[in-house]
Design a binder for this molecule. Structure first.
Ligand SMILES: [Zn+2]
Length: 469
């Protein structure tokens, strides 16, 4: 997909993201960006200086008096507040997880959120997608190119998150390489980071991040296709009333909406969205091509693992690390990696059908009188290289510029409001972001960048999320 692009220069490295309680489980990494480390150092040196310069005699040698006072005040005023912060964070995380796993009230006011193999070449659904893609693309001319949170258990204990890892079928070799070439860019880039990690701990953390991006990509693609179908149905029936329980996309879209309107979309939002998609995908092969190969049908008696099971297990592991039980050594990281890597590779292999549903970021759209269609230039947001290939299409409908679309079986469908191009003031560049949370009762919404996880406020996006159906 990005052939010939290897010679292009790589972008400059970005500042490291903040990782909570990653240092001694008390301080955030990088430590210089955590106020608590500065507070601890302040009390250490301040108490030492105060006692050392005190003229009053206490019966102890001055050096011992200074040492004891420094240790006491550092622990009492520096470390103890940080430990309290860790406890409060854990309680808050547990509260969010419990609310996420709760049932939804009928009125939906305090709704807890639904948190959260590659098709065969002769697959009918995949064939449909490919055919549409080929028929709509204009050849470029040479000049116009759901489990509730449980406290972390000791590693290897019987309550470990995934007891059936051995039953996971191994993904065929080369699946990761094909995914880096054909999956949406945020996933492909995360896979590149995973494959290029230098240590077991880096590889472990990159795996969990890539798993979350994969869940977002699959859910967002399905949500866009379902929303597009719902809008077409609205236009055909001239029925704009919200809430259509018989629409195929209702469970997924309603879950995403509830999440954004309450505590925000998280990893669990997307894994639960995948569970909700099982039945939808089984009943709508043409609307969601390829999804039924990755998701087990509820009527399937085999009980084989699918991408929803895999990513849900990885979500539980990610939550375990976020709640303070991250690997403390490289050997432990390697052990956990060995346990979860088969699940991750199986999930990536299952998601390869997404290469038939490419994400596009539109550049321009012009009406052509003779052909009576629209000539659209767009970047294919596919593959792990940050510079995207430019392609041109002839579509019967106009599209907005600088907006993400997925090229589905029935043509382009907007990925808004699920996916946004927004300027990150911390990275000082445009970022691909996914929807995260609606800010109170305002029309603004917060989106999260795939790249660094930064939160960015987008005006008016909240109204789009409220109107999802
Ligand atoms: Zn950023």
């Amino acid at each position: 997909m990005n052939s010939g692009a290897e010679a292009l220069p790589s972008p400059p490295p970005l500042p490291p993201a903040k990782r909570y309680n990653a240092v001694l489980r008390l301080y955030d990494a990088p430590v210089h960006r955590d106020w608590a480390i500065w507070a601890t150092l302040f009390w250490c040196f301040m108490s030492a200086a105060a006692i050392a310069t005190d003229k009053e005699h206490r019966g102890l040698p001055p050096w011992l008096d200074t040492l004891l006072a420094s240790i006491f005040f550092t622990l009492a005023l520096g470390v103890l507040p940080v430990w309290v912060r860790l406890r409060r964070r854990r309680r808050r995380w547990q509260s969010i997880e419990r609310r996420a796993s709760g049932t939804v009230p009928a009125d939906g006011r305090d709704a807890a959120e639904v948190r959260g193999s590659r098709p065969a070449p002769d697959s009918r659904a995949a064939g449909d997608a490919t055919a549409v893609r080929d028929s709509t693309a204009v050849r470029d001319s040479p000049g116009d190119q759901p489990a509730p949170y449980s406290p972390p258990a000791p590693y290897g204990s019987p309550s470990s998150a995934v007891p059936h890892v051995a039953a996971v079928p191994r993904a065929p070799s080369g699946a990761l390489a094909r995914a880096r070439d054909g999956l949406p860019h945020p996933v492909a880039r995360a896979l590149r980071t995973f494959q290029q990690a230098g240590t077991a701990r880096d590889e472990y953390e990159a795996m969990l991040e890539a798993a979350e991006h994969l869940g977002v990509a699959v859910c967002v693609t399905a949500a866009a296709l379902l929303q597009g179908d719902s809008r077409e149905a609205d236009a055909a029936s001239d029925d704009s009333r919200p809430g259509h329980p018989d629409r195929p996309g209702t469970p997924l879209l309603a879950g995403i909406q509830r999440s954004c309107l309450s505590s925000g979309a998280m990893f669990g939002t997307w894994t639960r969205g995948l569970f909700a998609l099982r039945e939808t995908a089984a009943q709508n092969h043409l609307l969601l091509p390829g999804f039924s190969t990755a998701l087990r049908s509820p009527a399937d008696p085999s009980g084989a693992r699918d991408i929803a099971d895999d990513l849900d297990a990885l979500r539980a592991e990610r939550n375990r690390t976020a709640h303070g039980d991250r690997p403390v050594s490289q050997p432990e990281a390697a052990l956990r990696l060995a346990e979860f890597r088969p699940l991750f590779e199986h999930a990536v292999d299952s998601a390869l059908f997404l290469d038939g549903l490419p994400w596009l970021c539109t550049v321009s759209c012009e009406y052509r009188h003779r052909e009576r269609d629209f000539r659209v230039a767009a970047h294919a947001v596919v593959g792990d290289h940050p510079i995207f290939e430019r392609q041109t299409y002839a579509w019967p409908i106009p599209v907005a510029n600088d907006t993400f679309y997925v090229l589905g079986p029935n043509g382009p469908v907007t990925l808004s409001p699920f996916l946004t191009h927004a300027f990150c003031e911390q990275c000082l560049q445009m970022e691909i972001c996914y929807l995260s949370r609606v800010r109170g009762r305002s029309g603004d919404a917060t989106v999260k960048s795939f790249n660094r996880g930064h939160d960015i406020v987008v005006p008016d996006l909240g109204n789009d999320i409220r109107s999802l159906r």
